[in-house]
Design a protein around this ligand. Structure first.
Ligand code: SF4
Length: 257
């Protein structure tokens, strides 16, 4: 069965949640004209946001982080978005010399050795290029939902990140059924891995399929304890443990972690 067949369901209030999400995106665009970007992971929620942006011709740039560790199925969505919507996706990559230095020092499997090394890898491959993506922007948009995990249960519709930018989470109150109902109704392209029980998709070494009944983010960094399982993109600095090695990495410390 496909992810659409498993999850798509029209539930009470969907039309209102959709109208509210679109309204939030329109107001965000008006408030941050020319300086707003959707930072997409190319997951199901982010594809819904991209479809809303394209369908309603909102002036929001679409950008993604190419960590160098993504699945081929994830990368395939970049040309799919271009073909479907006529939109170019900005692709932001980590600094090659920093990646080479990290891998030379700690190996390709460093993320499995300790939480600190895993977070260092995320800092190099995600946080630093994100800081450049957001550099000249005053706002960004994510596809985060409260239902995704305990860590995300209080995700607001908008918030101010550690660098003072506004971060909008227009799908914060959507359910998994809402996301997949939208994808089905509007025939949104999505990652083929979702049909193989990958509800949340990150880098290839750090993502696995989940079993029925598991939390939707159970397949992310599955070897770590629940509390550690964010990459830093959506964690405020005050809540983040900073390792000494992290301090050696050259990136804007004001990056929204
Ligand atoms: S998710 Fe894994 S591979 Fe990707 S940046 Fe983080 S630790 Fe590295």
């Amino acid at each position: 069965m496909s992810a659409v067949e498993i999850h798509a369901r029209l539930t009470p209030g969907f039309d209102q949640r959709l109208a509210d999400a679109l309204d939030r995106l329109k107001r965000a665009t008006a408030a941050h004209a020319g300086r707003i970007v959707q930072a997409t992971s190319l997951g199901a929620e982010d594809m819904v946001v991209t479809d809303l942006v394209a369908r309603h011709r909102l002036g929001i740039a679409i950008a993604t982080l190419q960590t160098g560790k993504l699945h081929a199925e994830t990368l395939a969505l970049i040309p799919s978005i271009r073909a479907r919507y006529g939109i170019d996706v900005e692709v932001w990559e980590p600094r090659a010399e920093t990646v080479v230095q990290f891998v030379r020092s700690h190996g390709e499997r460093a993320m499995y050795e300790s939480v600190a090394l895993r977070k260092n890898c995320c800092a190099i491959r995600k946080l630093e290029p994100l800081s450049r993506m957001l550099n000249d922007r005053s706002a960004w948009i994510t596809g985060m939902r409260r239902e995704q995990s305990a860590q995300r249960s209080d995700v607001p519709f908008d918030e101010v990140d550690d660098a003072g930018r506004t971060k909008f989470n227009p799908l914060a109150d959507w359910s998994q059924a809402d996301v997949w109902h939208y994808i089905q109704a509007f025939e949104v392209p999505y990652n083929a891995l979702h049909d193989r029980f990958f509800p949340s998709i990150g880098c290839e070494p750090c993502t696995r399929a989940i079993a029925l009944g598991e939390d939707v983010r159970a397949g992310r960094w599955w070897w770590e304890s629940e509390g550690a399982k964010e990459c830093g993109l959506h964690v405020h600095a005050s809540a983040e443990t900073t390792s000494s090695t992290l301090a050696d990495i050259r990136f804007n410390p004001k990056v929204p972690a």
